[in-house]
Ligand binder design. Structure first.
Ligand code: HCB
Length: 216
């Protein structure tokens, strides 16, 4: 089956809140050796985005989002270890990369995809979770002697914490030691520039492309 057809099935399965189906698609992606990243981005993620739009249009409600997220996560639980396996022996030599969903934000699906893809690309990723207080992110950067820090914000109300975080890094005297990366659905290149973040990443592939270039 083509990658396009599998991606379409993945999208439809998320939109049907059907975990059995998402797991079935994930298993077939592995069995057929299909492109996992393409299926995640062009399939499962597109289904989630569509669910988000229907929610915004008040055609769906929170339980629908939770069910769709559950279906997507069921597939990611299968695809993530396979992605790591296909990455071969991961040399994490590109440096420590602290990543999290920022204070106030419990959305974690996208951040976890970015984390795993950066790991496969060769970063030593320290995924410190979701809704992480800004002071704890700073502490994790210090404790790990991180070179890079990525924050994910899925809401307009939590994006502002990315700006506060930039200020906190300066106050703590470690801003110059870090490359900051920002992402999440409402985040844009313009926002990154406005708050003084070093890199904006639209999606996981973009994060890998831009960060590996910087890591040299
Ligand atoms: Co949630 N939610 N949600 N939600 N949710 C959004 C984000 C809305 C846009 C839905 C809407 O109104 N249309 C909305 C935010 C509105 C706004 O502020 N503009 C919203 C809301 C309001 C809420 C609650 C407040 C609802 C409520 O309780 N009334 C609540 C949040 C509570 C809180 O955080 N304090 C809430 C809860 C939930 C869950 C728990 C049901 C569930 C999350 C489950 C989980 O993550 N474990 C959920 C979901 C799933 C969504 C939508 C539908 C999908 C998000 C998602 O997973 N997308 C989302 C609608 C949408 O975004 N269009 C909706 C798929 C992933 C793969 O994409 O964009 O997250 P991504 O990540 C990409 C990309 O952005 C980038 O790469 C990733 C991979 O390609 N990236 C980074 C992300 N982080 C990065 C970090 C980097 O350093 C670099 C790149």
């Amino acid at each position: 089956m083509s990658t396009e057809s599998l991606a379409e099935e993945a999208k439809q399965a998320v939109m049907a809140y059907d975990s059995k189906k998402t797991v079935d698609v994930a298993n077939r992606v592995i069995a057929e050796g299909a492109d996992i990243v393409a299926i995640i981005q062009d399939g499962f993620t597109k289904g989630m985005t569509e669910i988000g739009s229907l929610f915004e249009a008040k055609k769906l409600f929170l339980p629908h989002i939770m069910a769709a997220a559950g279906a997507m996560n069921a597939a990611l639980n299968i695809l993530t270890p396979e992605l790591e396996k296909r990455g071969g022996k991961m040399d994490e030599g590109l440096g420590k990369f602290v990543i999290c969903s920022i204070e106030g934000d419990i959305h974690s699906i996208g951040k976890d995809i970015v984390a795993i893809m950066l790991k496969v690309a060769g970063f030593s990723v320290v995924n410190i979770g979701r809704d992480v207080p800004l002071k704890d992110i700073v502490q994790a950067c210090k404790d790990n002697n991180a070179k890079y820090v990525g924050t994910s914000a899925l809401m307009t109300s939590t994006m502002v914490n990315q700006k506060t975080f930039e200020g906190l890094l300066k106050k703590e005297g470690i801003r110059d030691k870090l490359v900051t990366n920002v992402g999440g659905a409402p985040v844009t290149q313009q926002w990154a520039e406005e708050i003084g973040a070093d890199v904006y990443s639209e999606n996981a592939s973009d994060a890998v492309a831009k960060m590996t270039k910087i890591a040299g």
